[in-house]
Design a binder for this molecule. Structure first.
Ligand code: ZN
Length: 419
């Protein structure tokens, strides 16, 4: 009996609304894909999905009504480059210290903590692009999907695939191949295919390569092999690369997204536009860069990189490259949450003169397209999962209004409400 009751309760958590219809009165309904606002709309939600949207819809008598008639309402936010399970230790500690000191269980708990905070802030979908120990994201995703915890929809990359050495450089041979806690070495087409299969077997929804952490990098053909294998399995291929000939290979080889791309030239950005390659620019605010790792340990270094990031974002925006918002937040800042840190990126996008309409698009419909979930998420339309946020100000006028999100619905369940 107890077990049956437990089962009933967990089902209730998965489908909190039961069959009851929820009717949201949306005073200002934003369509980020079009940059438009429709006044006084009604959004009907049933069993986690949006069933109808319109200005003159009849509200069923037994519907639960949520009044957002004074708010700006839009689809839930998507971050296409997160590391919610990771905490990179700031200062002089080597990058490897973060994963040598924390095991998979702790990383899972860290992910749960951060995922909950981000959902409350309005991020209803996250793409976790590796550095999750031994597939911590896969289990976190399962726990959220089972309804044990409220959290964003997660896509996981599993272990990052790269040429020998992962993202560690210059390690002594006697230290052993310890990076395999977090990375899969793959140095030929056959090894790349095997690594992709291994990741997918353990729960990867996206394939993540890191290609330019050594003096060697993946050839165009290697990228093409990875893209083909990922696409055959219905996954996108995301590649960590900064620029140079490694980035040429990534773009020409058919990756779905360049992650970071801090040193991309105009020519490379134009090629990305032509091929439809997404830029997930992880456009770090300068204050986050300072002290993040030993190469940015002076304010002057951080300022220099911060400026070049704004310049690259501005050039990509002017050229018209498709962009998806990705934060790559990997540290903890005292007194601030990961959500605070993610919203800090808005100032970088503003500094690069990206208009709010394009920022909102990068955080919703573009993210959904890159994640291959645009038929399910990223818009407020019939047939989509009800991932909906609201705030008291207009983000198309002032994008910093996103800081004030005070209503969050995920899969039709209200997880935050100021009402
Ligand atoms: Zn990253």
């Amino acid at each position: 009996m107890k077990r049956l009751l437990g089962l009933a309760l967990s089902l209730f958590a998965v489908l909190p609304t039961g069959g009851q219809t929820i009717a949201i009165r949306a005073g200002n309904l934003i369509d980020p894909a079009k940059g438009s606002i429709s006044k006084n709309q009604i959004v009907l939600v049933q069993n986690g999905k949006i069933t109808a949207v319109g200005g003159s819809l009849a509200i069923p008598q037994d519907a639960q009504v949520i009044d957002l008639s004074r708010e700006w309402v839009m689809p839930g936010l998507i971050d296409a480059h997160t590391h919610v399970t990771l905490n990179e230790i700031p200062g002089k500690a080597p990058f490897e210290a973060s994963y040598l000191k924390e095991g998979t269980a702790l990383r899972g708990f860290r992910g749960l903590h951060n995922a909950g905070i981000l959902l409350q802030a309005g991020f209803t979908t996250l793409r976790e692009v590796g550095n999750e120990a031994n597939y911590a994201c896969s289990d976190l995703k399962k726990a959220i999907n089972m309804g044990w915890f409220d959290g964003p929809t997660l896509q996981c990359a599993g272990k990052i695939i790269g040429p020998f050495g992962g993202q560690s450089k210059g390690m002594p041979a006697e230290a052993g191949e310890f990076w395999k806690f977090e990375y899969l070495d793959a140095d030929s087409p056959d090894e790349i295919v095997k690594a992709i299969h291994e990741d997918i077997y353990y729960g990867a929804d996206v394939i993540k390569l890191a290609t330019d952490n050594s003096d060697f990098f993946y050839s165009e053909n290697n990228i093409r092999v990875a893209a083909t294998e990922a696409h055959n399995a219905g996954r996108a291929l995301a590649v960590h690369v900064y620029g140079g000939p490694a980035a040429d290979a990534v773009i020409r080889g058919g990756a779905d997204s360049v992650e970071h791309g801090f040193a991309l030239t105009d020519e490379q950005l134009r090629l990305m536009k032509e091929k439809g390659t997404f830029l997930v620019g992880t456009d770090f605010p300068t204050e986050h860069l300072a002290g993040l790792n030993p190469s940015n340990d002076t304010l002057a270094d951080a300022n220099k990189l911060g400026k070049s990031i704004i310049d690259r974002l501005s050039r990509a925006n002017k050229i018209g490259v498709k962009m998806a918002f990705g934060s790559d937040t990997v540290t903890e800042m005292s007194g601030r949450t990961r959500a605070d840190m993610m919203f800090d990126y808005l100032a970088v996008w503003r500094a690069a003169d990206v208009v709010p309409e394009n920022i909102l698009k990068a955080m919703t419909s573009n993210g959904a397209e890159l994640l291959r979930i645009n038929k399910e998420r990223g818009a407020i339309a019939a047939g989509q999962f009800a991932d909906i946020v609201a705030m008291p100000g207009n983000p198309l006028q002032d994008v910093e209004s996103l800081w004030k999100i005070n209503f969050v619905m995920k899969n039709g369940k209200v997880v935050r409400s100021a009402k």
